[in-house]
Design a protein around this ligand. Structure first.
Ligand code: AMP
Ligand code: GLY
Length: 424
């Protein structure tokens, strides 16, 4: 098969790495890719959300399966556009991707299908939202309705913080149209975990649950980022909890979307808060997570291409997914200043010195220059280790991370700490 992966981050590097292992694959292209991906696939210089150019390329190469990494092209209708031209896409239609593209739709949907989530109110009018936050209980959570590259959620601890968030979203239009509507919801207390279902529209299989580390500093301090590290499986998701999440959250989500005539095909990422009253949905994403994919795919023993092909041809029923009985842990090395402003073009050293078979280095914000590989983004590299023992996996990751250096590099030193708490 000819496979076309869309995106250029560590998530897409992990997708290409896993796809490359499939005997079904003849060739992989990736747009736009990165220098790490270029070692495994042919990179094509097309932006991940340039749907007409992606479509033209896929038609020219007679691509058998397109695998979009990020949400933006899916929410903009990439799958519909490709399918109208007879091209298969492992990813949801525009209508199904609305689960991520519109938080108010996701909330309406969860209410209709009795899927546990935080209570909320949706506002389109700034004055009404303002009036509401002036008498709300705190903390509360203010969310821009549409896509905001992970920056559209504010946990407000006071009226002032909530007013500021409303001002930025609804008046200054910091996220454009995405902030025209806001969802204000109840603050949930608990521990977060990410689960991933691969669905063919009616049936699904689950991959390993993972835990992300969103805050930039150790101990979950500082502002939120796209994710500074992850590990899997998450021991918090014990057998009983996993069963109830499947039954009360994933299954009704897939069934509900089918009943809504928006069958969900692709990977559904459900962000959960495990509260004292059970699991509740924080958000749906219509794609794989980053950095979760860097631990979830190395733990998948099944052939990913076969699994994706079964999903797009609606043959997931009876599919037995095989998972590796190991731990995976990944640490993201970021540019100095990230998630705020940062400089790029810093030379990265040490990439060639890694020769531990348990280690995989995934690139995200890197590019090739005359000096070799240099930084080009906020999150630069993800280092993953696989091992039978989580402590050893963590030691191996940190030993490797210390060898990969660039000016200003920073990373969290405590990835996985919650797992050790559960394992003790
Ligand atoms: P979201 O993009 O909706 O997942 O929100 C981003 C992050 O904000 C989540 O990963 C949580 O850390 C936090 N968050 C979102 N909604 C809530 C909530 N209702 N209660 C507590 N924290 C939340
Ligand atoms: N790791 C969070 C996300 O992919 O949205």
């Amino acid at each position: 098969m000819k496979i076309f992966v869309i995106g250029g981050g560590a998530r897409e590097h992990a997708l290409v790495w896993k796809i490359k292992q499939s005997p079904l694959v003849e060739k992989i292209w990736c747009a736009p890719g990165n220098p790490g991906i270029a070692q495994l696939a042919e990179c094509v210089d097309i932006a991940a959300d340039d749907i007409p150019a992606l479509l033209k390329f896929a038609k020219e190469q007679a691509i058998d399966l397109t695998v979009p990494g990020p949400e933006a092209p899916l929410v903009k209708g990439l799958a519909d556009e490709f399918e109208a031209h007879g091209l298969s896409v492992f990813g949801p239609s525009m209508d199904a991707a609305e689960l991520e593209g519109s938080k108010s739709f996701a909330k309406y949907f969860m209410d209709k299908y009795k899927i546990p989530t935080a209570d909320c109110i949706v506002f389109q009018d700034y004055d009404e939202a303002l009036e509401y936050v002036r008498q709300a209980d705190y903390p509360c959570v203010v969310k821009a309705d549409g896509l905001a590259a992970g920056k559209g959620v504010v946990v407000a601890h006071s009226v002032q913080e909530a007013e500021e968030a409303l001002q930025r979203m609804m008046v200054s239009k910091e996220f454009g149209e995405a902030g025209g509507k806001v969802v204000i919801e109840e603050f949930l207390e608990g521990e977060e975990v990410s689960v991933f279902a691969v669905s063919d529209g009616d049936n699904f299989v689950m991959l390993v649950p993972a835990q992300d580390h969103k805050a930039v500093y150790d101990n979950d301090e500082g502002p939120n980022t796209g994710g500074m590290g992850a590990y899997a499986p998450a021991p918090l998701m014990n057998r009983d909890l996993l069963k109830s999440v499947k039954r009360e959250i994933v299954e009704p989500s897939i069934r509900g979307m089918s009943l809504e005539n928006r069958p969900y095909i692709g990977v559904l990422y459900v962000g959960l808060m495990i509260t004292p009253k059970g699991a509740k949905v924080l958000e749906y994403n219509c794609r794989f997570g980053d950095p979760e994919t860097q631990v979830v795919l190395p733990l998948l023993a099944s052939d990913l291409v076969d699994l994706m092909q079964k999903a797009v041809t609606r043959q997931i029923i009876d599919y037995q997914v095989e998972l590796r009985k190991k731990w995976a842990l990944t640490v993201v090395v970021a540019s100095g200043g990230y998630p705020g402003t940062y400089e790029t073009g810093k030379k990265i050293s040490g990439l060639d010195e890694i020769n531990d078979p348990d280690i995989i280095v995934f690139h995200s914000g890197t590019k090739m220059s005359d000096e070799g590989v240099v930084t080009s983004g906020g999150r630069v590299i993800s280092v993953t280790a696989l091992h039978e023992d989580l402590r050893t996996a963590r030691e191996k990751v940190y030993a490797t991370v210390q060898k990969i250096t660039f000016d200003g590099a920073h990373y969290r030193k405590d990835i996985g700490y919650k797992a050790f708490r559960h394992l003790r």
